[in-house]
Design a protein around this ligand. Structure first.
Ligand code: ACM
Ligand code: ZN
Length: 541
């Protein structure tokens, strides 16, 4: 509960004597995601005023940056401009520090005179700062901020807390992508899965192959959404759509994300969803093209061939990609690759014979394993959509389970890591309301807020040992029907709030009714940040 009231008095709060005149707001630590433990202490609350300082360790640039985020959040919520110092100060201060403990965990302690946010690591400090930010989000400008004395101890459930954005079907500028990253950081999400290539546009500059972006990033027509009684009619408009990220743009986004403890995982699709690349290099298909960058959504028959030059091409691309993304994972796609062309291609059939493979599924498995081995030489591991299980899983692959949870279950049983992202719960391109007429046209489906919230990522059928392989959970935002950035925010919020609780909290901490109350402290930040969110949260079933 947040209290706003008008007072005009002098407060003596054990050492923090403060002259207060104006509205006053009290922090509430019940935020989303719900912290693991909140122990409220008796005694008068500490107050934060314009004279309070943020203290960080001398010479620690990362901590200093987190301190400046905190100063910015406090200013946004209250108007108070706090100074940052490296001179230790035991009262009238908010001290940030790194100690030891479980990765990404933190303790937020509010005593009578001061506040300490101690993280097990830098990320932990950042999440402690996010919790404080949310606790005060509904404060009124000009306030003295009252912080009830408390010890909050918190740590995440999953190490992989992901969100995906498709920038192929529609391109979003680097500035918009950074805004997306800000939104992830607010929700304690630490992995950004950037879907950079697909049939409808190649969006990453590759120096060795400029045609990928000069030709492969532009399409001239687009399927628009008309949904009549659930039946999609294919209607096209002539509309040029393009855009790509230069390598400098990529580096900028990666660095921006890293400052917010978000690791960017690039996805370079293979062997399917390759039409934009094949439009630029038709000779890398089985039948030679020509192709256009596609304006129709769906699954296309033409995929990369398995001739040797395809691997040279992909390895050259991945060499550049690896140099841009410090992430230990590279996502190689692997989904929705029809086998028709391979079944009729002389070169692919020769490959099957030469390798003694049973069929085209085993050929895809060989393809993926080959890419895995190549990336391993660069110190990287692969993630692939659950189709990579078909024909045999590459030895070190992590499976992203999207066609339900079965792929994740199978991977975990095989001793492989898995990330859960089933369509029925985690596809944020699906409708938020049962009444589609109320909503912007979407790809289909129905994933309301409560449904997202209800998802439990560790399937019951797994043993405790197998469950350890469920390393996390992610929501996906495909953008066939999302043509502008405000629409990205609309589809993400507030569902991302529900997502963050199931990524961060154990099932015992979850309670939908309480979550809806906690959500108000997040929507206060959505308002402060000007996010375009679905406002009728209360009715959101
Ligand atoms: C997918 O939705 N095709 C992974
Ligand atoms: Zn072929």
């Amino acid at each position: 509960m947040k209290i706003n009231r008008l007072i005009c008095s002098t407060m003596f709060v054990a050492g923090m004597a403060t002259s207060v005149c104006g509205a006053q707001a009290t922090a509430d630590y019940n935020v989303a995601p719900q912290p693991r433990k909140i122990q409220l202490l008796s005694g008068a609350p500490a107050s934060v005023t314009a004279s309070t300082v943020i203290v960080c360790t001398k010479g620690d640039q990362t901590l200093l940056r987190t301190a400046s985020f905190l100063a910015q959040y406090i200013e946004e919520a209250t108007g108070l401009k706090l100074k940052i110092t490296d001179k230790q100060q035991k009262s009238n201060s908010i001290t940030l520090r790194v100690q030891s403990g479980e990765p990404e965990s933190y303790t937020l302690t509010v005593g009578p005179k001061s506040v300490v946010i101690a993280g097990a690591d830098q990320a932990g400090v950042f999440y402690g700062v996010q919790t404080l930010r949310k606790s005060i989000s509904a404060a009124t400008k000009g306030n003295t901020l009252l912080l009830p004395q408390v010890v909050v101890t918190d740590a995440p459930r999953f190490g992989y807390r992901g969100a995906h954005l498709d920038v192929s079907r529609h391109f979003f500028t680097p500035g918009e992508v950074k805004r997306f990253v800000d939104m992830l950081a607010l929700h304690n999400i630490n992995r950004f899965h950037w879907h950079l290539t697909d049939d409808q546009g190649w969006r990453i500059e590759i120096k060795k192959y400029p045609k990928l972006t000069t030709l492969g990033s532009v399409r001239t027509r687009e399927q628009i959404g008309v949904d009549i009684n659930g039946e999609r009619e294919r209607v096209f408009i002539d509309k040029s759509h393009g855009g790509f990220y230069t390598q400098d743009d990529i580096r900028e986004v990666v660095a921006y994300a890293a400052e917010r403890f978000v690791t960017v995982i690039p996805e370079i699709e293979m062997p399917g969803h390759a039409r934009a690349a094949l439009a630029a290099f038709p000779e890398l298909s089985c039948c030679g093209g020509p192709f256009r960058v596609e304006g129709e959504w769906g699954v296309l028959e033409d995929i990369f061939c398995t001739r040797e030059e395809v691997f040279t091409f992909l390895e050259n691309i991945l060499t550049e990609v690896v140099g841009l993304f410090p992430s230990k994972y590279i996502h190689i796609g692997g989904d929705e690759a029809p086998k028709l062309r391979w079944s009729r291609c002389h070169a692919c059939q020769e490959r099957i014979k030469a390798l003694g493979l049973k069929d085209e599924h085993e050929l895809q498995s060989w393809f993926v394993t080959r890419m895995e081995k190549f990336l391993a030489t660069k110190g990287k591991r692969i993630i692939g959509w659950d189709e990579i299980l078909e024909g045999g899983l590459a030895p070190d692959a992590t499976v992203m389970s999207w066609r339900g949870v079965e792929g994740g279950v199978e991977a975990a049983r095989l001793g492989h890591d898995a990330i859960m992202t089933p369509t029925d719960y985690m596809y944020f391109d699906y409708y938020q309301s049962e009444n589609r007429v109320e909503e912007p046209v979407a790809i289909g489906g129905y994933v309301p807020l409560e449904k997202v919230y209800s998802y439990e990522p560790c399937p019951e059928e797994l043993t405790a040992e197998q469950r350890r392989h469920i390393i996390g959970v992610q929501a996906n935002l495909w953008t066939e029907y999302i043509a502008d950035y405000p629409h990205v925010e609309y589809m993400s919020l507030p569902r991302m709030a529900a997502l963050c609780e199931l990524q961060w909290c154990g099932p015992e901490q979850k309670n939908y009714g309480e979550f809806l109350k906690r959500l108000q402290r997040l929507t206060a930040i959505y308002d402060l940040s000007g996010y375009n969110y679905r406002r009728h949260v209360a009715e959101a079933k």
